[in-house]
Design a protein around this ligand. Structure first.
Ligand SMILES: NC(=O)c1ccc[n+]([C@@H]2O[C@H](COP(=O)([O-])OP(=O)(O)OC[C@H]3O[C@@H](n4cnc5c(N)ncnc54)[C@H](O)[C@@H]3O)[C@@H](O)[C@H]2O)c1
Length: 411
């Protein structure tokens, strides 16, 4: 049996342009997937996406189907994605790339129409929603892969293997940061990443919380987030600077700083890193990842056109790059590509299994813990819930309770 799933991307914003669509184009070129559809709120978004210069250079002759038809003007239709998903053949793939607070309804809509799901992080903003998603997917034998792409950075996989082998002992104290550039404030973020929906920790801090669990297997048990409210250019307000403290099941402590505030003129597309101090038997251990400066320093003759471009640059060869290996077009490389490919291939693996064996394959995916799923990473939703509770209460600590009925409460 051959199976080349069609893929519908819901959302045509930054992450679709930078990572999801080019990764899927590459997989389409390799014959792994079939038609790609992109649906978004407004025709203009798809107009801009279609006009992006990179497609002609990287994927000559390849196209996506736009619904609604890409156009310079047009009304927003927040319900359209439902009709697009309803029109798909069953057991294809839906990639969810809409603002955080909309993930739940789009993921559930896809599952109810028997579609496998790839969803950008964070899966949802409430733990009970993650549980519902897990139940629905399991009942239908479908994959839900949460796209925590840092897991597919080889350095994360190296650290995980070495930690599991006992080379780092036990995690005690750590610091992580991820500060996006200032210009993000001018993007569509100002319309949704506002105090009532999200904050810098929820938006990007979750990557490092997830990574510390991925490496150590520890669970987060207490969270406090101090947030500073700042204004977007359109006057909306967001917690654009956050400092979080996450306490883990063994008493370890991780400090995470996040912001939409790294200078546009600084090299690199952002700044990000992870440091972990650990203890062994009468000896200390230490791990440090510079996730922004990866050893490359370029000084160009002129500035590029893209937002945040600088003359002096520290490009990351590891997340997502286009390389020329003789064509056709350019080839996407990096953990951003590998992460999308991994999730799509897991959906295909489940689909190719005998129906009677599908649950077994899904359980093996959950158990391996490489791809984040609702079953193996719902601690992320508890952290998001606790973080939101804390930041909205001036940084008071929120406690995560596991067991029969997991939940969060202020301490
Ligand atoms: N590092 C990462 O993992 C990473 C990076 C960027 C974004 N993200 C996540 O990706 C998601 C989207 O972020 P983005 O940067 O692309 O945001 P964006 O604001 O650039 O794009 C959001 C898109 O969602 C679409 N949308 C909104 N409501 C819709 C609806 N009802 N129907 C159809 N489409 C709708 C909009 O049209 C827009 O195209 C967020 O959840 C964000 O947290 C993850």
């Amino acid at each position: 049996m051959s199976y080349q799933p069609e893929v519908t991307i819901v959302g045509g914003g930054m992450i679709t342009h930078d990572q999801i669509l080019p990764s899927l184009f590459q997989m389409q070129r390799n014959g792994v997937i079939g038609e790609i559809t992109v649906t978004a709120l407004r025709p203009q978004i798809l107009w801009e996406l279609r006009r992006a210069e990179i497609w002609a250079r990287a994927f000559p002759g390849q196209h996506f189907r736009a619904v609604p038809e890409a156009a310079e003007t047009g009304e927003a239709d927040p319900e359209l994605y439902k009709r697009v998903i309803a029109g798909m053949k069953p057991r294809q793939i839906v990639a969810v790339a809409v603002p955080d607070q909309l993930h739940y309804e789009v993921v559930m809509c896809a599952l109810r129409h028997d579609q496998h799901v790839l969803v950008v992080k964070p899966l949802v903003l409430e733990h009970s929603q993650a549980v519902e998603i897990e139940r629905e997917a399991k009942a239908r034998g479908l994959v839900v892969g949460i796209e925590y792409h840092k897991r597919f950075d080889d350095r994360s996989l190296m650290a995980r293997r070495r930690y599991q082998a006992g080379l780092f002992g036990e995690f005690m104290l750590g610091t992580a940061c991820l500060l996006e550039k200032w210009y993000y404030r001018h993007s569509n973020f100002q319309n949704w990443c506002t105090t009532e929906n999200s904050d810098a920790f929820t938006y990007v801090g979750c990557h490092y919380v997830d990574l510390v669990h991925f490496i150590t297997g520890l669970l987060p048990v207490r969270v406090s987030v101090y947030g500073i409210i700042d204004q977007y250019p359109n006057g909306n307000e967001g917690f654009l600077w956050t400092d979080a403290r996450v306490i883990w099941s063994n008493g370890a402590c991780l400090n995470v700083q996040n912001a939409l505030g790294f200078p546009d003129e600084a090299p690199g597309t952002n700044t990000q890193s992870l440091t972990m101090y650990c203890r062994g038997n009468n000896v200390g251990a230490w791990l440090e990842h510079s996730d922004q400066y990866r050893g490359l320093r370029y000084c160009y003759t002129r500035k590029g056109h893209e937002p945040g471009a600088t003359i002096f640059a520290e490009p990351s060869p590891d997340y997502f790059q286009y390389v020329d290996v003789g064509g056709p077009g350019l080839q996407p490389v990096g953990y951003g590509y590998r992460s999308i490919e991994f999730i799509v291939k897991k959906a295909i693996e489940v689909e190719m299994a005998e129906p009677a064996r599908r649950q077994e394959v899904l359980e093996a995916i959950d158990k391996a813990g490489v791809m984040a799923t609702p079953a193996n990473s719902a601690y992320n939703e508890l952290v998001v819930e606790a973080g939101r509770m804390s930041v909205l209460n001036g940084g008071r600590e929120a406690v995560i309770e596991y067991g029969e009925r997991p939940g969060v409460r202020l301490r």
